[in-house]
Write a protein that binds this ligand. Structure first.
Ligand code: ZN
Length: 296
């Protein structure tokens, strides 16, 4: 892929215009530098409609421009979505953007379905253009910020993102790996209604200065109990490999934000009842519905 060029951020124009410009340049340079490489952008489609004259607010007016990082299984999506409800900002998961585009008749849907059907990874360029489109729509609708979940996943994505929008804070959710593994291995899905459960009952003792931890299982109602299925890729070997791949890619991303003073590390002290109030405390947030959440 094309080398990334750092763009100076224009102070008066919109971050999103600059994101759009970046994506266009990135597409153009990818085409120019690798004319013979097989590319999903051949022939190049317009990645999304640019609306350079859209009236925009200063992106710095937004209250919350956060990124959530965390290993698969850590509960990142759950905490992100709770915080989004609390703060009144959208929870933007790039996986959902891909699914929505696939289900739509949008400009990228055909291209995306080819990539997905061939079992290929969706490229950074496509993810960025979907994200850009989503943020632009949000800005036009007066959204006061966002929490990004699942993006940036790689250092390359982080480098693209920093040039186009200010991220105020990156929350890195962490859970000790033995607990994370147990949690991942405890996942079950009901073969009938498709709901997700977790049969892992976690109770680890504190050792080497680490506190103990207990997490209650999320058991299904009696009707689902006999129909529980374990996903075939939730074996110890596969889950550990998933962790390894995640850490390999995420460590440079963490370092990227750490060196910019944006990374907030949060060690989950347990399940939601223990973690949610602590998380709010760390973020200096007050949840008047704290008790309701904790009881959920
Ligand atoms: Zn069921």
């Amino acid at each position: 892929m094309a080398a990334l060029t750092r763009l100076s951020k224009p102070s008066s124009s919109s971050a999103f215009s600059s994101m759009a410009a970046y994506v266009s340049r990135s597409f153009a340079s990818a085409m120019a530098s690798e004319p013979t490489a097989p590319s999903p952008f051949s022939p190049p489609p317009p990645p999304f409609a640019l609306k350079p004259n859209l009236p925009r607010r200063d992106p710095n007016d937004r209250d919350v421009q956060w990124v959530f990082l965390g290993c698969p299984g850590v509960g990142k999506g759950t905490y992100a979505s709770r915080l989004c409800n609390l703060l009144g900002v959208p929870h933007i998961a790039t996986g959902d953007l891909v699914r929505e585009e696939l289900a739509s008749s949008g400009p990228l849907s055909r291209q995306l379905s080819e990539i997905v059907n061939q079992g290929k990874l969706v490229s950074d360029e496509i993810i960025i253009s979907l994200l850009s489109k989503r943020l632009e729509a949000g800005e036009a609708n007066g959204e006061s910020g966002f929490i990004l979940d699942g993006f940036p996943r790689t250092i390359k994505q982080a480098e693209i993102l920093v040039e186009v929008i200010d991220i105020d804070m990156v929350l890195n959710l962490k859970l000790r790996e033995d607990v994370l593994l147990e949690k991942c291995l405890g996942r079950r899905i009901c073969g009938q209604c498709g709901k997700n459960f977790n049969v892992a009952s976690i109770n680890v003792k504190g050792e080497d200065g680490r506190p103990g931890m207990s997490m209650a299982p999320l058991l299904p109602p009696p009707d689902c109990m006999s129909k529980l299925i374990t996903r075939s890729d939730d074996t110890e070997e596969v889950v550990k490999e998933r962790f390894r791949v995640y850490y390999e890619k995420s460590q440079p991303v963490e370092e990227f934000y750490r060196s910019r003073g944006k990374l907030l590390e949060f060690d989950l002290p347990g399940g939601i009842p223990e973690s949610w109030p602590k998380l709010l405390q760390v973020l200096n947030l007050d949840d008047h519905e704290d008790k309701r959440y904790a009881a959920a």
